[in-house]
Design a protein around this ligand. Structure first.
Ligand code: TYC
Length: 103
């Protein structure tokens, strides 16, 4: 029998957008005074990178002016920036580390 009771039905496929917490890029900026070895040490110490990876990223910053060194939750990013800025200040180097929300 045909369905002639006059109702209409629409199948709506819902694909809810999963909410993810925003991520933050942590970036290192170049300057003319911070020794290369110090930057390599910072990358090894605070970002868990090995020596070769750290040297590579340091060179990118040196040549391009800045580089993303990692992407983290807001809290972790803030901690990393604080650790780097504090460590650089204690060693009297002008090294700058900043964070920026990902699009
Ligand atoms: N430009 C610095 C030098 O020539 C090295 C350097 C690299 C400084 C990366 C900062 O984030 C930096 N000694």
């Amino acid at each position: 029998k045909s369905d002639d009771d006059g109702d209409t039905s629409v199948i709506t496929a819902t694909r809810p957008k999963t909410q993810r917490p925003p991520l933050y890029k942590v970036m290192l900026l170049n300057d003319d005074y911070t020794p290369m070895e110090f930057v390599v040490h910072v990358l090894e110490r605070f970002f868990g990178l090995n020596h070769a990876e750290s040297f590579e990223i340091m060179l990118v910053v040196h040549k391009k002016g800045l580089a993303i060194v990692g992407v983290f939750s807001h809290e972790i990013a803030e901690t990393k920036v604080g650790q780097v800025m504090d460590f650089a200040r204690r060693h009297q180097h002008p090294l700058q580390c900043t964070m920026e929300r990902e699009e």
